[in-house]
Design a protein. Structure first.
Length: 594
């Protein structure tokens, strides 16, 4: 056993890397500035005119839209009498929301008129760019021409927050990738609107909405809660590893590897729902580990039931965050019944010992223990019907409360049932294709990362990318480590290895039989168990070859070096294209630029 000082040392080191990770993860997470007021025209033919005071030369417009579809006609005039058509803007409230976009408006004039061809879209802000495509031309006056009096004031909102218009549209000031589904739905929950995303349960999006409620509907607001969950995963996996390996040094190695994994980093900084699901899966397995390691003959029933209750609660949270979380139930059940079986074997042993004393005058000290197993098992299984069926179903059902709160829609219990049917049918029948999809067997090999963000409008020779992929120094050795661990388990039947492998395969193997479109980020829930397999082999290596800790240190340094090398393409940092081409594109299918 390691000394108390060793526990303190590695706990302090864990706190240090958690703080360091927090700083890096929060750095350039997203702007806290975004337009808050919007114009939502309700009538076709409605017009608004911008007066710039004198004739200006225009290059383009930069606009920030919200929920709803719309179509607008832009015209230029020098005298507010004769107009020249310059741009028809088709705004799609699915892919164009909460992101700054540019559209060419080449011409000159003193006045710009916008006519509504299709009403319904929310337009938060419009900026008019000069010939250099950078300078924002200030608007002197906004004139609403044909609008009912009730809408008279709303049109001014599209030119009242010019300070929010960025010099360069990017992920820092707008949505990217699947944020357009999940962050939008979180906003809709807050405002009791019909949710757009109806193919996943709502719990993670409720958590996501907390950041929006506190910081506003801006990139920082819709990302911060997920980032905090990603940060919290570091101490969580440390204490998980401590319970698993019983030594803080090995627990620290596990936390260290997670800290510098690329996928953990990128998915902690995007407003999607994977990080919430994975966090709760880890919590659920950690609590199941407590039950797995406790003997019926050493712990009172209460201390066996508490971790089971928490495991079931967290399992419900994972399943209510994303449907993939349901898969973890298979591993939890397998570990649970294995624990029952192990205690049953102890029961049989005690029973045999009891029989050996039947013809003797004295009785063994364990004579009262013969009733422990049947009594405990009956009560535990009955309680688990509540913990792993009733409670998860309740948490899952409660996650749909935002749907019931939508006014004027009359959603009922029948709608909740229909939602489940629709979700099932969507995932079962999904036939979509995607250029960055990949089958389950490719994920551990890092064959096809998914390119989530590409910077636009950058100087020649510069790129900005965010890719969802793993750290090669973790994922590739981790694949070999899993194979080695499985072979070792076949020989030793090691209980620690059993738990690691059960956790991994319960997250990974279901994807082998799922026919729908899949992506590399579906491997995220398996990564903590990959890391634990590496730590297990490191423990075996260190305890067999004393003095070999320097090899482990070199390995950890390599992990950090690769994180630093690839940081630009997992964070969206602007970098030279030549750097990515020369040093980062190890595999042709690793796409960071076009």
């Amino acid at each position: 056993m390691e000394s108390r000082n060793s526990y303190k040392l590695f706990t302090i080191l864990m706190i240090i890397i958690t703080i360091g990770y927090s700083v890096v993860a929060l750095y350039q997470l997203g702007s806290r500035v975004a337009p808050e007021t919007f114009w939502r025209p309700l009538l076709a033919g409605e017009t608004v005119t911008f007066d710039f005071g004198e004739i200006k030369k225009f290059h383009s417009i930069r606009y920030f839209g919200g929920i709803g579809d719309g179509q607008y006609l832009f015209e230029l005039s020098t005298d507010n009498q004769s107009w020249q058509e310059k741009l028809k803007l088709n705004f799609h409230g699915v892919f164009d929301i909460y992101v700054w976009k540019d559209a060419l408006l080449d011409g000159e004039g003193r006045f710009v008129r916008i006519s509504v061809l299709q009403p319904g879209g929310r337009m938060y802000e419009i900026g008019f760019l000069g010939l250099d495509g950078k300078e924002i031309i200030p608007v002197q006056n906004v004139i609403q021409n044909t609008t009912p009096a009730i809408l008279e004031s709303s049109v001014h909102r599209i030119a009242d927050e010019s300070h929010t218009i960025p010099e360069l549209p990017s992920f820092l000031n707008g949505m990217y990738f699947d944020e357009i589904y999940f962050a939008r739905t979180a906003y809709e929950h807050l405002h009791r609107m019909e949710p757009y995303d109806s193919v996943q349960p709502f719990f993670a999006k409720i958590l996501l909405s907390i950041g929006i409620a506190i910081f506003g509907m801006n990139p920082f607001g819709w990302r911060i809660v997920g980032t905090l969950f990603g940060i919290a995963m570091i101490p969580l996996i440390y204490y998980f590893g401590l319970q698993l390996f019983k030594k803080p040094s090995y627990a620290f190695i596990g936390a260290f590897l997670l800290t510098f994994d690329f996928m953990h980093f990128s998915h902690s900084r995007i407003a999607t729902i994977e990080v919430y699901m994975v966090f709760f899966i880890l919590c659920s397995y950690f609590c199941m580990l407590l039950f797995y390691q406790r003997s019926f003959y050493e712990y009172p029933l209460k201390k066996l039931l508490i971790p089971l209750f928490l495991s079931g609660l967290f399992y419900g949270c994972a399943s209510a965050s994303k449907l993939n979380g349901i898969y973890s139930g298979g591993g939890l059940a397998f570990i649970f019944f294995t624990t029952i079986l192990r205690n049953y074997r102890v029961h049989l042993k005690i029973k045999r010992e009891q029989q050996n004393y039947n013809n003797q005058d004295s009785t063994p000290s364990s004579s009262n223990s013969i009733m422990v197993f049947p009594l405990y098992t009956k009560r535990i299984i009955l309680w688990c019907l509540l913990f792993f069926i009733a409670i998860p179903l309740t948490v899952y059902a409660l996650s749909f409360i935002p749907l019931l709160l939508v006014p004027n829609r009359g959603h009922s219990f029948h709608d909740l049932v229909q939602y489940q049917i629709n979700m099932y049918n969507y995932h079962r029948n999904l036939k979509a294709t995607h250029g960055y999809s990949s089958p389950w067997w490719q994920w551990p090999l890092l064959i096809r990362p998914i390119w989530m963000y590409q910077g636009q409008g950058l100087p020649e020779g510069k790129i900005a990318s965010i890719s969802s992929m793993g750290n090669p120094a973790i994922w590739w050795p981790g694949t070999l480590a899993l194979i080695a661990c499985f072979i070792v388990w076949l020989k030793r039947r090691d209980t620690t290895l059993f738990f690691i492998l059960a956790g991994f395969f319960s997250q990974y193997l279901p994807w082998a039989i799922i026919p729908r479109l899949t992506f590399i980020y579906h491997y995220f829930a398996s990564v903590p168990f990959v890391i634990f397999s590496i730590v297990y082999l490191i423990r075996e290596f260190l305890e067999k070859y004393h003095g070999s800790k320097y090899f482990v240190l070199i390995y950890l340094i390599i992990v950090v070096v690769l994180f630093v090398m690839f940081y630009p393409v997992i964070s969206g940092t602007i970098v030279d294209r030549s750097y990515a081409a020369r040093f980062l594109r190890w595999v042709p299918s690793w796409i960071f630029y076009i």
